[in-house]
Write a protein that binds this ligand. Structure first.
Ligand code: DC
Length: 244
């Protein structure tokens, strides 16, 4: 019997730098498991967009914090349609643009911004858990800070070359101008900033499964993650059938 609350039990935390295929894989795995999905990077991007629209310097914490506190931000948890609304406006596309991408590391390095967004992320996770739904959450600090009790933590890595190529292809597919060199500079710069910041830097949790995606395509990474989910017995329906 299939239950409509979805197959996944608990939280899957998916962390890693950009260009590892994290977002696509997270959404795919969530769809396959009938689970919810949360893109925490989209939340940092949406706050960054609000900061830019207010004409504030993204590194000026005194200007950024009140904007982050007041922001009317809504993120959906449907992996098929991951919606992001700012003041009621759909900004899912705009937050991926170059202006936000350049400024987001500065905004996300401000501890108070992180505190505000981590609270909201935990509330969204709780809300899904209360509905007995599992959730796949992707970001940089999910396994270490947002959901340290996650049933499964995965940290995706890939070589700098592979990440730059993927990021550039993704930009072109979404209609933005891009070269692999420019993508490499951007990916390397953001990783340096995200990994070296004082507040919750990008790092793998001690109990995370490390997956190097350099030589794997999307289907390969997805299949690997699904097999780990099954190995850990995290599918509610499968667990129900086997009496666990
Ligand atoms: O995953 P992404 O590229 O959309 O994330 C955008 C930025 O947000 C990234 O450069 C770092 C920051 N971020 C973060 O600090 N913590 C998270 N949990 C998710 C993203």
């Amino acid at each position: 019997m299939r239950v409509d609350v979805g197959d996944l039990r608990g939280v899957v935390a998916l962390d890693g730098p950009s260009g590892t295929g994290k977002s696509t894989v997270a959404r795919r795995v969530a769809v396959l498991l009938g689970a919810s999905y949360l893109d925490t990077g989209a939340m940092y991007r949406a706050v960054t967009l609000a900061v830019l629209r207010a004409g504030a310097d993204p590194a000026d914490a005194a200007r950024v914090i009140p904007i982050a506190e007041a922001v009317d931000l809504r993120v959906g948890t449907d992996p098929g349609h991951p919606a992001v609304h700012l003041d009621g406006e759909d900004v899912a596309r705009e937050i991926r643009g170059p202006a936000v991408t350049r400024a987001v590391s500065a905004v996300s390095a401000i501890p108070r911004v992180r505190e505000l967004l981590v609270d909201r992320q935990r509330a969204i996770i709780e809300q899904e858990r209360a509905r007995h739904r599992g959730i796949v959450v992707e970001g940089r600090d999910i396994g270490t800070v947002v959901a340290p009790d996650a049933a499964l933590k995965v940290f995706l890595t890939a070589s700098s070359d592979a990440r730059a190529l993927r990021r550039s292809r993704q930009d072109v597919a979404e209609g933005r101008l891009s070269t692999v060199d420019a993508a490499r500079r951007d990916v390397d710069r953001r990783d340096r900033l995200d990994s070296s910041r004082a507040a919750s830097p990008l790092r793998a949790a001690d109990d995370a499964v490390l997956v190097d995606t350099t030589e794997l395509d999307l289907a390969g990474v997805t299949a690997l993650l699904m097999s780990i989910v099954d190995e850990r017995g995290l599918r509610g329906v499968a667990a129900e059938r086997t009496g666990r």
